[in-house]
Design a protein around this ligand. Structure first.
Ligand SMILES: C[S@@+](CC[C@H](N)C(=O)[O-])C[C@H]1O[C@@H](n2cnc3c(N)ncnc32)[C@H](O)[C@@H]1O
Length: 240
């Protein structure tokens, strides 16, 4: 991409969770302007592509913040979770893994590169984007086991009868109105042996409220904190 070009972007306001284009809470006001930008100063979400290398595989994710919002950009929680899994591959290798709110699917894709049997899940409206992103990034003739399925926390979970070994969730704690359904989804998918790994940035009190809510039926331990990106990873198990 050229380092200087004209793009349509949001105003000087930093797009935050819940007020960006395509986000779950519609903004009252989201002024647009055509500005000159320098690739180096672009916010990660405004970049057209995010490029990574995990488990020896290049990954290039084409973002679509303006079109699809939160589901179509890579959140740092997913990057940090992918890095953590790469350093702790036993957590997913040979395991049945499901990722909730996959977005671009980065964390789940890394889990499949590490030998997990992975199901990536999303809301219906974000599934085509997720499928295209994954198909683009799977090496040809690969033997990775990765599926994509619709799973909306607010809807019926009857299609999901399996208890998974591992549940991944990167930056999925952000809409208070979904907390009850996300909780219900976690309860539904877990047995006492299921290991839930939640990677998140605590932005608001409500995010901590959800983690505290979890303590009713789950035990929770912070197992990793990365200061630079302010991302925490929690290891969660259902109480017996
Ligand atoms: C902040 S994004 C994180 C995306 C991705 N996990 C990452 O870290 O890059 C939150 C994701 O949760 C998904 N999500 C929100 N509400 C949902 C619901 N009711 N059911 C399933 N997914 C939902 C959104 O579509 C979005 O992809």
């Amino acid at each position: 991409m050229a380092s200087n070009e004209e793009i349509e972007t949001c105003s000087s306001q930093i797009p935050e969770m819940g007020i960006g284009p395509g986000s779950d809470k519609k903004p009252n006001h989201y002024p647009l302007a055509v500005v000159l930008f320098d690739e180096k100063t672009l916010l990660p979400h405004q970049k057209k592509f995010r490029n990574f290398s995990f488990v020896g595989n290049p990954i290039s994710i084409q973002q679509n913040w303006r079109g699809l919002g939160v589901a179509a950009v890579v959140w740092e929680a997913a990057v940090v979770l992918g890095e953590y899994l790469e350093q702790h591959r036993h957590l997913v290798e040979g395991k049945r893994v499901i990722e909730l709110g996959s977005g671009t699917g980065l964390a789940g894709l890394v889990a499949s590169f590490l030998g997990g049997k992975v199901t990536l899940t999303e809301r219906a409206e974000a599934l085509d984007f997720l499928r295209t992103t994954i198909e683009t990034n799977l090496p040809k003739d690969n033997e990775y086991q990765i599926d994509i399925a619709e799973l909306d926390w607010t809807k019926s979970l009857d299609n999901f009868t399996e208890h998974y070994d591992v549940i991944l969730g990167a930056d999925i704690i952000y809409i208070k109105e979904t907390f009850h359904d996300l909780y219900r989804t976690l309860l539904h998918l877990t047995s006492k042996d299921t290991h839930i790994l939640i990677s998140c940035k605590i932005r608001y009190d409500r995010d901590s409220d959800f983690l505290n809510m979890l303590k009713k039926d789950f035990s929770l331990e912070e197992i990793f904190y990365e200061k630079e990106r302010d991302i925490r990873i929690y290891s969660v198990y259902k109480k017996t």
